[in-house]
Design a protein around this ligand. Structure first.
Ligand code: HEM
Length: 349
């Protein structure tokens, strides 16, 4: 997907034809497109948008019981979005408007806040659901899986040096605290290897020792050396001993703090796509719950991009949007002058 969004390798321009060629062959992208091309895809500022983790994690309690979990950040400033026309107008004068807004709000003491919420689901197959709980292209509906508040984040100071505290920050899906574990979400597994691997290259092998990245509580490990080492994480143990097992007062493998979560798994390991796709219901529902002005901007933005695409790609996209919602498909078709293919059946509504 990212390759299709990147500049064309020959013209070095982002080309709608490449993007929608890919999207039209991956119907699981419909929900993301419906979201992205609507004003929700253009937040008024960083302060006026939610965040969510996309990937599914597990939460494990002290009794060794585990559940699936999705994390959400809910803005306390309210969601506000811009139309494409408003965004173009702002960008014509100010390319860094979002950074400016956030920096100035914090400087004047108007600290933005986000509530951290979790959605919880039992860690099993869930045959009753029409989609796979680990499918990153689906959301967990909030009426079935309510958001449970667990904390509040307040941004209460700006960085003192952008490079030290921002450029060198290394966030990654694999940096976890006790009680949080990985699910079998395939993309999460890929990301978890990829981020820290990149960060060892981008920042340096000891990137976790930089103040912006170091944990509040020092871990105890035998990992050491490499460029820019500042300390060794032996925390009060014999620093001469960097092997385990040992009998010379070095680090020793600790017993797990409590019962481990060890789910039983049966099945065949295959190389296959997700079975329960249901790619059209969630985008259709999103389309129908948008206020009119958002729907209008969505259609306008998609029409603008799709009118730069080849006919066969346009036709495939119209068919997909029609399956999401017949009105959605009809309006895009009218906008780009394509007839709705007669074979297309709307998705189950
Ligand atoms: C849910 C899907 C994903 C989301 C929301 C996501 C989001 C992000 C974001 C926000 C950044 C930081 C960009 C920046 O600092 O300007 C990033 C960086 C990165 N992403 Fe992803 N990503 C996703 C999937 C993936 C996948 C599947 C891979 C590879 C398997 C990947 C590999 C990376 C790497 C290597 C970086 C650079 C990390 C660093 O140098 O700090 N991402 N991603």
């Amino acid at each position: 997907m990212i390759h299709s969004l990147k500049p064309d390798p020959v013209t070095f321009r982002q080309e709608p034809n490449r993007i929608f060629d890919f999207m039209s062959l991956t119907p699981e992208s419909m929900h993301m497109l419906t979201w992205l091309f609507s004003p929700r895809g253009i937040p008024k500022s960083y302060r006026h948008m939610d965040g969510f983790g996309v990937n599914t994690y597990k939460l494990i309690n002290a009794r060794g019981e585990g559940v699936l979990c999705k994390f959400h950040w809910k803005t306390q400033q309210g969601i506000e979005s811009l139309t494409q026309a408003q965004a173009s107008e702002i960008q014509a004068h100010d390319l860094g408007s979002h950074s400016k807004d956030l920096f100035e709000a914090i400087e004047r003491g108007d600290y933005p806040r986000w509530e951290l919420c979790v959605q919880i689901m039992g860690d099993d197959e869930h045959p009753e659901l029409e989609w796979d709980p680990l499918d990153n292209t689906k959301i967990w509906p909030e009426d079935e899986f309510p958001l449970r508040p667990v904390g509040m984040m307040t941004l209460n100071r700006n960085v003192q040096n952008f490079f030290a505290e921002n450029e060198q920050a290394a966030f990654g899906t694999g940096v976890l605290v006790d009680g949080i574990d990985f699910s079998d979400d395939k993309m999460l597994v890929g990301r978890t290897f990829s981020y820290s691997d990149t960060q060892r290259y981008r920042v340096g092998p000891n990137y976790l020792q930089l103040p912006v990245n170091q944990p509040v509580v020092r871990p105890a490990t035998n990992q050491r050396d490499g460029q820019m080492t500042y300390y060794v994480d032996t925390v009060g143990q014999n620093p001469h001993t960097n092997y385990e097992p040992n009998s010379t007062g070095g680090l020793r493998e600790a017993d797990p703090p409590g019962p481990m979560y060890e789910p039983e798994i049966h099945g065949r390991l295959t190389r296959a796509t997700i079975e329960r796709t249901n790619d059209y219901r969630q985008p259709g529902e999103r389309y129908r719950t948008m206020p009119d002005w958002e729907r209008e901007d969505l259609v306008l933005n998609l029409t603008d991009a799709l009118s730069q695409c080849e006919r066969h790609i346009q036709e495939r996209m119209v068919e997909h949007f029609t399956r999401c919602d017949p009105d959605f498909g009809r309006r895009i078709a009218e906008g780009i002058g394509v007839s709705v293919p007669p074979a297309s059946e709307p998705a189950v509504v």
